[in-house]
Ligand binder design. Structure first.
Ligand code: DOR
Ligand code: ZN
Length: 354
């Protein structure tokens, strides 16, 4: 809901449908940024070692809830990391007992901690068959890793070579194409029925690949899938603001210590959750689509996952002056740089109410 001047937005509490929380001190440092502004988050399982079994997910869930600030109602939604050895019956039990809500595919070698991921998709078909049967979403890191495929083409090639055959074989499997980065990805999702959806990150809505490569190499803009050309950023903005319920917010906030990013071999990932909602609200304002903001951040995700919309609310207030941007957070092992969106942000999030 917006006031006549669009000076204020009050919406059901948003959820983050793709988040990296990590473990230990890093997790305790970054968790409050999410628990303050989101009702739930899909927690990615790419720890080292990864969250592979139902028992791993239960342990990780307790670690997160033990670290929640007192009085916060945030609910972590757990996922399993798919391997070629994953037991379909363990997946079924994890879902049926509500210990996990989804399974994540990392093609082996695609990104951070993906070495234990999947080389041969056929090996995971028995797991996918169970997931299709029980209605458990399959979350896909959609990139091929073949050495002869240009990194900027990885997503488009994945759709043709991997995703289309999976979709054909498992027509009722719920699939979330995670962190969409291309117009081919947008077109693919649109060509599917309501069993396919996609998350879109705040960063891919505001940067193209120039942010990472122009004027020097900028490791804090390096993430996977990498940001693409401008035409792709525009396609993502159009999809996110269109009101199509198949597109919803997944921040893919992925914190790394500065020393791990500012390196001859820097890690992929941006830590964006501190200003994620302000960035997305700004994008929707700039696209004259503020009326669609609530759907993208608060409604489309729960509808796809068959969950209720959060009953608490969150308010954003528009200031004429740009907000000061937070730059970093500290841990005892080093600092984490907060994503700089390279645009002025005017929307401030007021703490969740209720
Ligand atoms: O940029 C990314 N960072 N992409 C991923 O897929 C993984 C993530 C991470 O865990 O750091
Ligand atoms: Zn991710």
């Amino acid at each position: 809901m917006t006031t006549a001047e669009h000076a204020q937005l009050t919406i059901p509490l948003p959820d983050d449908w793709h988040l990296h929380l990590r473990e230990g001190e890093m997790m305790r440092t970054v968790l409050p940024f999410t628990s303050r502004h989101f009702g739930r988050a899909i927690v990615m399982p790419n720890l080292a070692p990864p969250v592979v079994t139902r028992a791993d997910a239960v342990r990780y869930h307790s670690e997160i809830t033990a670290a929640l600030p007192a009085g916060e109602h945030f609910k972590p939604l757990m996922t399993l990391y798919l391997t070629e050895q994953t037991d379909p019956e363990d997946v079924r039990a994890a879902f049926e007992h509500s210990d996990t809500v989804a399974v994540k595919l990392y093609p082996a070698g695609a990104t951070t901690n993906s070495a234990a991921g999947v080389h041969d998709l056929e090996k995971i078909f028995p797991v996918l068959a169970v997931m299709e049967e029980i209605g458990m979403p399959f979350l896909v890191h959609g990139e091929v890793v073949d050495a002869d495929i240009d990194i900027f083409d990885r997503e488009a090639v994945f759709i043709e070579r991997k995703l289309m055959p999976i979709r054909q074989r498992f027509p009722h499997l719920k699939i979330v194409f995670e962190h969409l980065t291309t117009r081919e990805g947008v077109a693919y999702v649109r060509s599917c029925d309501s069993h396919t959806a996609a998350t879109i990150t705040p960063h891919h809505l505001v940067i193209n690949r120039n942010a990472m490569l122009v004027g020097g190499i900028k490791p804090h803009y390096y993430c996977l899938p990498v940001a693409k050309r401008e035409q792709h950023r525009l396609a993502l903005r159009e999809a996110a603001t269109s009101g199509d319920p198949r597109f919803f917010l997944g921040t893919d906030s992925a914190p790394h210590l500065n020393q791990a990013k500012e390196s001859a071999c820097g890690c992929a990932g941006v830590f964006n959750v501190a200003t994620a909602l302000s960035i997305v609200a700004q994008v929707f304002e700039d696209e004259q689509a503020l009326s669609q903001f609530e759907g993208f951040v608060s409604r489309h995700g729960p509808a796809f996952y068959d969950m209720p919309v959060n009953d608490r609310e969150l308010t954003l207030i528009r200031h004429d002056d740009p907000l000061p941007l937070p730059k970093k957070v500290s841990t005892s092992e080093g600092e984490i740089t907060i994503f700089d969106p390279m645009i002025a942000l005017h929307w401030e999030v007021v703490e969740a109410a209720g």
